[in-house]
Design a protein around this ligand. Structure first.
Ligand code: HEC
Ligand code: HEC
Length: 298
């Protein structure tokens, strides 16, 4: 049999192996399998030098990853972040410190709010090689306080490892404005109560609330005036209202504000920055956290 024939036969066998492999570890291995080309060097005596396809042995997937296989940048990653942040981002980095290949089969975050960005799996890491992938925890879902724990389970053919992520929230620092600014700002709002949504006013009064909901939105867009220590006397304390409140009350005020006062209309329909979902989230948050102190008249 000529070398050429041998190559053809081996290529055929390889193709068969590829198909078997695809069935074994799913379509992820497909790319690896089809790229395995027979090395057609007809003028040497060498037997076909096809790089062997790495077939992960998945029987250890459910065991803890033993020490001495992958070294990690950190098994408990800690970040401090302002409580209105929309996401916390981490980098999971590792080095294969063993003498054999390690295949990362799966990366599974502890909740739907956490996502890992990965190359195609299985991700075969050569001995001595390093890799990393970003993990991001979406914090837009609700306002946060205190500490939040998440985890990411990395499953390899040598066992799995749990990486823990700790997010500590810091209260947002209120912007500070000078007395001169305050006077100027109040004068501008008196002329047009929607002025806070325009120009450089928006940096403090709109941008911090963009894409936010519930508590995070309240902290950014409402607390700036209503919870400010230095606020003007015309800005009421929402925790000590002398009128009965209910979801309709909150919706009315957020949507329309009050013409002729400094309280703007926040709905997009009236030129404000908040869409219906954001308003609904505020109404829910305010109804729950600031219950009516005055009984409603029967
Ligand atoms: C630019 C400062 C400012 C911002 C920002 C602001 N408010 Fe106001 N708000 C006021 C002022 C001033 C009043 C008083 C209006 C008046 O003269 O009756 C007021 C009144 C109110 C009232 C009526 C209270 C009462 O006395 O019955 C509610 C409710 C309210 N605001 C909720 C909100 C919410 C919720 C947000 C966030 C979406 C918000 N406000 C953002 C300044 C602000
Ligand atoms: C650097 C951030 C920042 C910018 C820019 C800003 N504000 Fe404010 N604004 C605040 C803070 C903080 C408060 C809270 C009350 C305080 O400190 O006086 C506030 C409060 C207000 C109030 C309520 C009155 C009061 O002092 O309690 C009005 C009205 C207002 N701003 C209008 C405006 C207008 C109009 C603009 C744009 C010309 C503007 N602001 C730009 C931060 C800002």
């Amino acid at each position: 049999m000529s070398f050429l024939h041998m190559n053809r036969r081996m290529a055929f066998i390889l193709a068969l192996t590829s198909i078997a492999l695809t069935g074994l570890v799913g379509c992820a291995s497909h790319r690896t399998a089809v790229s395995a080309k027979p090395a057609a060097s007809l003028n040497t005596n060498a037997v076909v030098a096809t790089p062997p396809v790495y077939v992960p042995d998945i029987t250890h997937q459910n065991d803890q990853l033993p020490d001495g296989v992958l070294a990690w940048n950190s098994l408990l990653q800690i970040t401090n972040i302002v409580e209105t942040a929309d996401a916390a981002r981490f980098i999971v980095a590792f080095t294969n410190v063993s003498s054999s290949k390690v295949a990362i089969m799966d990366v599974h975050p502890s909740c739907g709010c956490t996502t890992a960005q990965l190359p195609q799996l299985p991700w075969v890491v050569e001995p001595g090689a390093s890799g990393e992938f970003p993990v991001s925890v979406n914090l837009n879902v609700a306002g946060h306080q205190g500490t939040l724990f998440k985890s990411v389970k990395v499953t390899t053919d040598k066992g799995f490892k749990e990486i823990y992520l700790r997010i500590s929230f810091e209260p947002i620092k209120m912007a500070v404005i000078t007395d001169a600014d305050r006077e100027k700002f109040i004068a501008m709002s008196k002329a047009d109560r929607q002025a806070i949504f325009t120009g450089s006013c928006a940096d403090c009064h709109v941008k911090r609330g963009e894409g936010k909901f519930g508590k995070a939105l309240y902290d950014a867009d409402c607390a700036i005036c209503h919870e400010a220590e230095q606020r003007a006397t015309v800005v009421p304390d929402l925790h000590k209202l002398k009128v009965p409140t209910n979801p309709d009350f909150w919706r009315q005020w957020v949507t329309h504000g009050k013409p002729g006062s400094l309280m703007a209309a926040f709905s997009t329909a009236e030129g404000g920055p908040l869409n219906d979902m954001q308003i609904a989230s505020l109404v829910g948050y305010l109804s729950q956290t600031i219950p009516s102190t005055v009984p409603s008249p029967q």
